[in-house]
Design a binder for this molecule. Structure first.
Ligand code: PLP
Length: 409
């Protein structure tokens, strides 16, 4: 009889987005004349930029020609893309890495989900609360947590991120082997400064812990004291793995391309205390379970780093950043306290008058016909908060912002 991995039974139903969709559908049915604007989406609205589209088309033509056709590619990614990433994202910031420390993939989601496979099921995991749910759920699946009760899994070290600590996680007060840090953060839209991140790197070095650093929103950083890469912090090359994505940087949410940096100096230990480089283990894992990102897509990603590609994506990102400012100003006008939105496309607002996240959701929908995401959906510390995103069009963002400004609390 085939037996289930019972860790899957510990997973909590993911009702957040389906509940939102149901409430919005019910509202539309009762109010057919009213237009609802979503500031809840975590997906981009602007299309791929021309430099990328041109590169994709050219690569398509190559694939249709017997002289330039390519079959299976290198699992780690084509050298042309890894070299471009290295040059543009790391060497330009004086970060010393080599191209074989970069692994191209079909998404940061799959990489942050899969990376935990390299660690023992007995490892203790620490993560921010609220959090991008993939980190937690994949560790639940792997059996690294106990049962769920009172909004938390036993055995997990939760790092509360609230207004009191400026949404920056404090170092854990108990041992943790594996720490997920997301900066700039989804959902809070806040980002760690160099000094704050240094504390974590020093802690990881001292405790032989590993930091899994998700910087999928790095392109949105505007402030000089916020690092773009964890490797800007000395010592990180021994304790950190970094995840990056073309999704929110260049509109690749549907095209799919990302990369993970695994420096050769990052090591984990077996039961006998012998050290093993993570880079070789991740290569082994990828060559066994992954057959690479399509050549066409990698050529599209390479074009992001061309001068035209850079100018074009910067214009798109500036548009989303302008949306974030419009939302922040509207919230200010309505007397609502808001965080984030300066180094990230997310705005995290504190629900006024102590409303819980779902009551605020209903109020916003009923009175302004604006949809966002209740903070409680990202973890217990998200209760009393609410996420708005800057990914809608400028026109709809402005309309939504005007409606929010007019709200009375
Ligand atoms: N990491 C974070 C923090 C995200 O918010 C998201 C997507 O919303 C991802 C990773 C997924 O990125 P990708 O589209 O590359 O899978």
């Amino acid at each position: 009889m085939a037996q289930l991995n019972e860790n899957y039974l510990k997973l909590q139903g993911s009702y957040l987005f389906s509940t939102i969709a149901k409430r919005v559908a019910a509202f539309k049915e009762q109010n057919p004349g009213k237009s609802v604007i979503s500031l809840g989406i975590g997906d981009v609205s602007r299309p791929l930029v021309p430099a990328v589209v041109e590169a994709l088309k050219k690569a398509c033509d190559e694939m249709g020609n017997i002289n330039t056709f390519r079959g299976y590619g290198p699992e780690q990614g084509y050298a042309f893309l890894r070299e471009a990433i290295l040059k543009h994202d790391y060497l330009s910031r004086c970060i010393k890495l080599s191209a074989d420390e970069i692994f191209v993939s079909d998404g940061a989601k799959s990489d942050v989900a899969n990376f935990q496979e390299l660690f023992s099921p007995l490892e203790t995991v620490a993560l921010q609360n609220p959090v991008y749910p993939v980190y937690l759920d994949t560790n639940v699946m792997a059996g690294r947590t106990e049962e769920f009760s009172n909004g938390r899994y036993g055995g997990v070290v939760y790092l509360p991120c609230t207004e009191e600590n400026n949404f920056t996680p404090a170092l854990p007060d108990k041992p943790a082997d594996l720490v997920y840090l997301c900066s700039p953060n989804n959902p809070t839209g806040t980002a760690m400064t160099r000094a704050e991140l240094k504390k974590w790197v020093d802690w990881a070095v001292e405790n032989h812990s590993i930091i899994l650093y998700d910087s999928a929103y790095e392109a949105y950083i505007t402030q000089a004291d916020v690092p773009h890469s964890i490797y800007e912090i000395p010592g990180a090359e021994k304790v950190a793995v970094e995840f990056r994505s073309f999704s929110k940087t260049a509109g690749f949410t549907g095209t799919r391309c990302a990369y993970t940096v695994v420096p050769k100096g990052v090591e984990i230990f077996d039961a006998n205390g012998s050290a093993h480089p993570l880079n070789a283990l991740w290569l082994r894992r990828q060559t066994t379970k992954f057959n690479g990102v399509p050549y066409i897509v990698q050529r599209g990603a390479e074009a992001v780093f061309s001068p035209d590609g850079q100018a074009q994506i910067k214009e798109v990102i500036s548009g989303y950043q302008a949306n974030a400012r419009v939302i922040l100003n509207a919230l200010k006008g309505a007397g609502i306290q808001a965080f984030g939105g300066i180094n990230a496309p997310y705005i995290w607002l504190k629900t006024p008058n102590g409303l819980d996240s779902w009551t605020f959701f209903d109020k916003l929908l009923q009175e302004a016909q604006v949809v966002g995401t209740p903070g409680i959906g990202f973890g217990s510390c998200g209760e009393g908060y609410f996420r708005l995103t800057a990914f809608n069009t400028p026109e709809l963002t402005k309309q939504a912002a005007d409606r929010v400004s007019a709200l009375k609390f």
